[in-house]
Design a protein around this ligand. Structure first.
Ligand code: BGC
Length: 245
């Protein structure tokens, strides 16, 4: 099935049509900067605009950076608080006039990697972390997703871990790759003590620079970069959109 996959992020909203049988993008992705303090209604219009760009007539799957229950948003750490409690699925459906499925953005990225990328065929515990504006997580066992794990909010020094180890935090805290990589490594080792994954997949835009920081992370589990790099969120959102359940 072909589904329009959308990745809603703190810095940009990106979309592309995806062949959900192969995970391949069917056209070059279209990107719109996320406006400051964007409201759910405006987000609906932005996504309708992306659908219009592709003259899209099919289904839409969208990944959102927060906890998603059904099509309702429960948390919004890095976007407007007005998203919390709103039925974003219904808002997008109204604006784009298409059938829409919403999923947590990191869960989407993890689904793409499990199906077509670095987690293909892995039956044990797999942890995917996405490093971007925030830190997202997706946890799988026997290929099945445990939805809405929010491991980026594990408290460290009284704050959400993502404040220290997101890709954005490396820049705002002006850390070297070594300093940031070592902190990220400490955080991942805490997760390993609790979850015992056998494979850890690191995604987000920074994953294509993994050679700069993997060497400072000492993990028990095998540590690999996402194969989709920054497109996992789009592909996984499309997979969620294709799901009839
Ligand atoms: C949100 C997660 C999201 C992650 C990455 C966190 O702040 O709570 O739901 O997956 O950012 O966007």
């Amino acid at each position: 099935m072909n589904v329009l996959g959308i990745d809603i992020g703190g810095s940009a909203v990106k979309g592309a049509p995806v062949d959900t049988r192969t995970g391949k993008l069917l056209a070059e992705r279209f990107r719109i900067e996320t406006p400051d303090k964007v409201t759910p209604q405006r987000m609906g219009e932005i996504i309708a605009g992306i659908a219009g760009h592709f003259r899209w007539r099919g289904r839409i799957g969208a990944g959102f950076p927060g906890v998603v229950e059904g099509s309702t948003i429960r948390t919004s750490a890095n976007l407007h608080k007005k998203f919390v409690g709103c039925d974003l699925g219904a808002i997008i459906e109204k604006a784009a006039k298409r059938r829409v499925r919403i999923i947590n953005d990191a869960d989407a990225a993890g689904m793409a990697e499990m199906q077509f990328g670095a987690g293909r065929g892995q039956k044990g515990v797999v942890l995917m972390l996405t490093l971007g504006t925030g830190v997202g997580s997706a946890l799988f066992w026997r290929g099945v997703l445990q939805p809405n794990t929010e491991l980026g909010h594990l408290p460290i020094r009284g704050k959400s871990a993502e404040k220290f180890i997101a890709a954005s935090a490396r820049r705002t805290r002006d850390l070297s790759w070594e300093e940031w990589g070592a902190e990220l490594g400490d955080y991942v080792r805490i997760l390993e003590k609790i979850l015992w994954p056998e494979l850890i997949v690191i995604g987000g835009g920074v994953s294509d620079k993994h050679r700069k920081f993997f060497k400072y992370m000492k993990t028990r589990a095998r540590l690999v970069p996402a194969e989709f790099f920054n497109n996992a969120g789009i592909v996984g959102a499309a997979l969620a959109g294709a799901d009839n359940a």
